[in-house]
Design a protein around this ligand. Structure first.
Ligand code: FES
Length: 127
């Protein structure tokens, strides 16, 4: 069986997420889209890297998206905590809000943006 992949949508290898999460900058315009990908069990989720509290990137320390035990997503700015599988904020100054999801696919050991994800539209919505 042959699987065709759109290589422009590939973010990383699944094996690159051994640390639990990884951030990416997409698009080449003045306002690129910053996203991150997080592993939750055997599933991978993507979110815009913008905290619903004050709009900061979550990884004040570059590429650090998780609590020390890896169980939750942490915004390093003011400590908001989010569920990995839903992006829902369970504690902190924006409790009850949620991260903006970025649809992904996993195929052939690769993590890809889902078909139809409009990077420019998401970047505009994240401003
Ligand atoms: S900007 Fe994320 S908790 Fe304040």
């Amino acid at each position: 069986m042959t699987v065709e992949l759109d290589l422009e949508r590939v973010l990383c290898r699944l094996a690159d997420l051994a640390g639990g999460a990884r951030g990416f900058t997409l698009g080449g315009r003045d306002w690129p889209l910053r996203i991150f990908v997080v592993k939750s069990g055997e599933t991978v989720h993507g979110y815009v890297n913008r905290c619903p509290h004050a709009g900061h990137a979550l990884d004040l320390l570059p590429q650090r998206f998780l609590t020390a035990d890896g169980s939750l997503i942490l915004c390093s700015s003011h400590g908001a905590l989010f569920e990995k599988s839903t992006g829902y904020c369970v504690a902190g100054p924006c409790a009850g809000a949620a991260l903006t999801p970025v649809p992904l696919q996993v195929s052939c050991g690769l993590v890809l943006l889902d078909e139809g994800v409009d990077v420019d539209a998401l970047a505009g919505a994240a401003r």
